[in-house]
Design a binder for this molecule. Sequence first.
Ligand code: GLN
Length: 562
Amino acid sequence: MSSRVDETKLVFVTGGVLSGIGKGVTTASIAKLFQFRGYSVRIVKIDPYLNIDPGTLNPIEHGEVFVTDQTWTFRPVDDFQFNISEIDLDFGTYERFTGMNAHPSQNITSGQIYTSVILGERKGDFLGRTVQIIPHVTDQIKKRIWDNVTKDSIPDVLLVEIGGTVGDMEAMPFLEAVRQLIREIGRDRVVLVHVTLVPFLSSVGEFKTKPTQHSVRELQSLGLQPDVVICRAEKELPEAAEGKIALFCNVPEECVISNPDISVIYQLPLSFEKQDLGDILVRHLGMEEREPQKEEWESIVESFQRMSEEVTIAMPGKYTMLTDSYKSINEALAHAGAVCGCRVEIKWIETEDRCDEECLTEDLGNVDGVLLTPGFGERGVEGMISAATVAIENKIPFLGICYGAQLGTVAFARKVMEWKGAHTTEVDQDSLYPVVDMMDEQKVTEDKGGTMRLGGHEVRIVEGTHLNRLYNEAVVRERFRHRYHLIERYISKMGRQSLVASAYDATGKIINAIEIENHPFWIGVQYHPEFKSRPDRPHPLYLGLIKAARDYKTRRGSQIEP
Ligand code: GLN
């Protein structure tokens, strides 16, 4: 661990050509290379959009919203504050790769930067001067980056991923701030990594390097010369293409690194290691060269490659066309699967199209488990309720996450309790059986941004429950993001038919989990266990689901056989 701020090295990661080429996984993998060598890291992500945080964004825009354990009180000026716990989904990747929990202040947005500058101006921070992008906005950006070096322990390496694509207007002040920062601290403490896409044109059988050349030129025109160019491509780049990129982009050939398609994303640090990227970076930064300790990680990767069985988990919901909408859930399923030697096939069911029980009975006929997704609002809800009902009736393993747990409860109320019209008030304000309703503390809030019940909270598990057996612990900590909750007076009546509350919050007032006692595995949780799952430490709930799905598949198989 570095003891002095002026010793911390900085790695900036920019992107060119296209967005969505895996800059987050690349950044996390680079962090892993330092960790292999015993260096401490911290990762900052800059999102150039004007939102304060991604909490109000539809997942179609930027994928899932990641929730941190800690909540950060962001104070742009002394008497003004926002609570932030909702951050970019890349932090999920960072946490899963580095095993470290992120702090919300590691996610810097243009919204936060401009709010600080503009409210600061009203306070008189810049009295007498014209407030400008350069130097005031860029100063604020640099301050936020440095705050992340000095916060808590000082890391050996701070990695800064700059969202978007070089050339985007919104990202300009950030790139300018990086240029200034490099000038201030000296070139030898910094590495600039540029991630680009090198398309393969099958008609001519060639990798095309021109887009990469152009995006590097764009970066150079901003006064930034990359030290390393990482090329996303279908396959490993042939030497000729690497040579061309090296020549045109003004980098040594060894610093042109391939980032080919791989079956397991956790393999990427090992692929980089094979191309000597770890040593290149360490040498470039004048750090002590060390033998990478990568055995543990290699065995994690192997567990993902050694899967002899397969289970199919249905995910009924909306936003199913964009897999990033439920990124952490997909990963949590894969982590649990890897430990059980099971590849997890996900069957997406768009519940706006498939909504009645007949459809869902058909759709769930060939799956081994159901994961009911988190979400908001009315769209696709009836189909999600039907999916939960079919899982109750056919004893299909079921895990409901947040909205999924709430809608599972609605299904139980309607089908088993025969409470006609039971619903969540999020969808039906006039329901006769509002089994899910807004939390009291939420009824006074009007603003939508950062106002849900967010972040890590204690969860107290009821003894003797299925949940208790899964965790083997009485008190755990989980991450939340909700406005509504299950209403005790209804849940207590459901006990007669064997649906019980299996966890509460620390006050004992908010139900955190439910389960059906006479079902092999039907559990709903108000929190998001997926945010805590790691490739080497799957979450007990996801592990429970996969194991139950495997058993169910065996039972189902024996029924089908003559
Ligand atoms: N819409 C629900 C609520 O606000 C569930 C939220 C979620 O699934 N994260 O309580």
